[in-house]
Design a protein around this ligand. Structure first.
Ligand code: ADP
Ligand code: MG
Length: 708
């Protein structure tokens, strides 16, 4: 410490954070309890010295011996070479970066203790960049924990910080006795010794060398289970709390009278609702009638007919004299919703003198002003658009229902912004739609505060989509197939991948394919086939123009980057070709495939893949393509996707980092989840203060994320 640091004023002025302290904050480790709950990834055994003669190849070993050589070598690469002799054998240490202090500690004749991975080399044992220190001194009694950390935070510093956090933190039980009993039963089926939280933490941070290392590292040890159960409980508690808080909010009670707008709409539809659509509609209507804001997710596979369910909900709201907003993540999708809804809804609105408005970011100012005026006056009963709909200056007269399509594309902040659109302290009802069904365990864990309606049935008359996985070399056959589809009057999508490193490459790929298909499908003298190109760099008017050509059937083939991914509905399209399918995620492939098979014609999806230089596909890519070929069931796909990707990516924006489970693993810890769900209810009901303490301990300031 410098003199300045010791000056009396120093304690009055908060000291600037050191780089390591900042790094701690960044990992979310600001309180003692955060440190105490920062659990090791694995352990190193520094409790014993291994004689070199007893070492095995690749073993992480700690040795002790005398330095017999210490010299800097310049070739083939500058390095410090040190030989250590422990009396049973010798080991060579190599350092490619080193400091003068190294040579001092590792000087010839010194006794040293060295830890590292031993490798049998040409010259006997070697260790590259081992850790080392003077020999002697006590061996630790516990295994040494290795914590998840970042580049700015040295392991040794973090270890000390965690140890002192653990000493200072209050780790007394938050669970009341009956819940401790049920937890004990859940963790070890009632077997084994009973552990307090403090004991479990000590066991994880500083395990004695005789602890079953395997159970610690695969996290099945009772101490791990204890912590995972507590984590799950915190999460269930905070979601349940959020749900109860929402129950206290006020929303307009929206009911439709007999002969009202929803009935008019139903009468005008060219089809009858499926049983599943009727069921979810009833669930939604039930929610809308309550004076508590709806918070419901409508999930249904691509093509299951969510839009009409949304339109019916909108009709209820509009019929009750309120406004409804419908948002889609892309302009193309918003435009398509708009086209469809105008066609369905304007006629039924006609007698009321109200209309459907349209709002996007790319709109001309004048048109936009006109729309904003319609929205503010309440004359626009329905507003369709992109997230432009929830920008601050958009004022609704009385927004009663907000519908978000493809909800996983919207962030937490956007959903919160929606909430603020209703005046007088009330909230609009919220309906979210998703074509990516969330597997049950995930929904139970992360979306416990959300009501879920599921459309589990496709409209009748669909023929199943045939999926073929083909190597790129078979491209000519695919083009031939396109030709026959076109002759039958069908339309075709061809999707090129997004190449993440380079938008330019992405584009050139799509452009090249567009040129190739234009030529291949239009031999001299034959009738011309319109081949269109759609990519993310085009202006929205151009995109719209291309889309319209395709939707209206004047364009045979649409080559595009992934901009068509969500929601686009062209029933006459019967073939989907996805180029470089190995680069897409599973849900994305499923969404894309869902663009075909929307009419009565037999449809197909061709997944073209290109092996890498070594002629192979990565294991996950192989799994994804296999899953696509094996099933068209969105729920099945979602489960497999969860297995492949894990929950983090799966939930997307909703759980933007902060609230993801760190320890519990939904594939192995379902018994703990079951306990936590039950325990959360009991605790909130009978021990509300303990519940608050538990939430604060585990989530600190992160609790807001659960509320969005
Ligand atoms: P998604 O659930 O993917 O949003 P859409 O709402 O776009 O699906 O519906 C897909 C297609 O099915 C649309 O053309 C829609 O008009 C049609 N559709 C919806 N419900 C039915 C039904 N009950 N019977 C027949 N066709 C339907
Ligand atoms: Mg849709």
């Amino acid at each position: 410490m410098s003199e300045a640091d010791r000056a009396p004023t120093a304690s009055a002025v908060p000291k600037p954070l050191s780089a390591a302290q900042k790094a701690l904050r960044k990992l979310g480790l600001s309180r003692d309890i955060d440190l105490a709950l920062h659990l090791p990834l694995r352990y190193e055994d520094e409790t014993r010295i291994t004689p070199l003669k007893a070492c095995r190849e690749g073993q992480l070993a700690q040795i002790e011996g005398v330095v017999t050589r210490c010299e800097v070598q310049l070739r083939p690469r500058r390095q410090l070479l040190v030989t250590v002799d422990d009396g049973t054998d010798t080991c060579q240490l190599r350092f490619f970066t080193f400091y003068p202090a190294y040579q001092k500690t590792l000087a010839e004749g010194e006794r040293v203790r060295v830890r590292g991975e031993v490798r049998g080399g040409f010259l006997g044992w070697t260790m590259v960049h081992p850790t080392f220190g003077r020999a002697g001194g006590e061996l630790p009694e516990a295994l040494t924990p290795v914590y998840p950390t970042s580049a700015q935070l040295p392991q040794a510093y973090l270890r000390k910080a965690v140890a002192s956090g653990l000493r200072r933190a209050d780790v007394s039980e938050t669970l009341p006795a009956p819940l401790l009993d049920s937890l004990h039963a859940a963790v070890a089926q009632g077997q084994g010794p009973r552990m307090t939280l403090a004991q479990a933490l000590r066991c994880l941070h500083q395990p004695s060398p005789d602890t079953a290392l395997e159970a610690l590292e695969d996290r099945s040890h009772p101490a791990w289970q204890r912590l995972k159960a507590e984590e799950l409980l915190a999460q269930q508690l905070s979601q349940l709390t959020a749900k109860r808080e929402r129950e206290r909010l006020v929303a307009p009670s929206l009911r439709s009278e007999v002969g009202g707008l929803p009935e008019h709409l139903l009468a005008r539809l060219p089809f009858a609702l499926t049983t599943a659509q009727q069921r979810v509609s009833r669930e939604i209507t039930g929610d809308l009638a309550r004076a508590v804001p709806m918070n419901r997710l409508l999930q249904g596979d691509v093509g299951s007919g969510k839009t009409v369910v949304a339109a019916l909900a909108a009709a209820v709201a509009m019929g009750a004299g309120w406004q409804c907003a419908l948002m889609a993540p892309t302009e193309i999708l918003a435009a398509q919703h708009f086209a469809k809804l105008v066609q369905w809804i304007e006629p039924i609105l006609l007698p009321t003198g109200r209309c459907v408005a349209w709002l996007t970011g790319s709109q001309k100012k004048k048109e936009r002003q006109a729309m904003l005026a319609l929205i503010a006056s309440g004359q626009a009963a329905l507003v369709v658009g992109t997230h432009a709909v929830i920008q601050a200056h958009v004022e609704f007269q009385r927004l009663g229902l907000a519908i978000i399509d493809e909800q996983h594309r919207f962030g937490v902040a956007q959903r919160l912004a929606l909430r603020s659109k209703l005046r007088d302290g009330g909230e609009p009802h919220l309906l979210m739609m998703s074509a990516t069904p969330i597997p049950r365990t995930l929904a139970m864990t992360y979306l416990a505060d959300l009501d879920v309606s599921t459309i589990d049935e496709l409209p009748p008359g669909r023929t199943p989509i045939m999926t073929k996985v083909l190597a790129e070399v078979r491209r000519p056959e695919v083009i031939e197939r396109i030709r026959t589809q076109l002759q039958e009057g069908r339309q075709v999508y061809w999707v090129c991948p997004l190449i993440e490193e380079s938008e330019a490459l992405d584009l050139s790929n799509a452009t090249a394919t567009h040129a190739e298909l234009s030529t291949a499908l239009n031999p001299p003298g034959a009738p011309t086939v319109a081949v269109g190109l759609l990519h993310s760099r085009m202006g929205s008017a151009d995109k719209q123009a291309v889309m319209t050509e395709f939707v209206q059937g004047r364009m045979g083939v649409l080559v595009s980057t992934t901009v068509i991914e969500v929601g686009v509905d062209v029933p006459n399209a019967s073939l989907m070709v996805i180029e470089h399918a190995e680069r897409f995620g599973l849900s994305q492939l499923h969404q894309l495939r869902g663009r075909v098979g929307r009419g009565a014609a037999a449809s197909a999806c061709v997944l073209l893949y290109s092996p890498n230089e070594s002629g192979r596909l990565s294991e996950t890519a192989r799994q994804r393509l296999k899953a696509m070929a094996e099933t068209t069931d969105g729920f099945d796909i979602a489960r497999r996707d969860l297995d492949i990707r894990g929950p983090g990516e799966f939930l997307g924006a909703r759980q933007s980092g902060a609230a993801l489970l760190r320890f519990a693993d939904l594939s192995t810890d379902t018994h703990l989840l079951a306990w936590a769900r039950e325990a959360a209810r009991t605790m909130l009901e009978h021990h509300p203060q303990a519940a608050q303490r538990h939430i604060a301990r585990w989530l600190g300031e992160k609790t807001d994320y659960f509320k969005a």
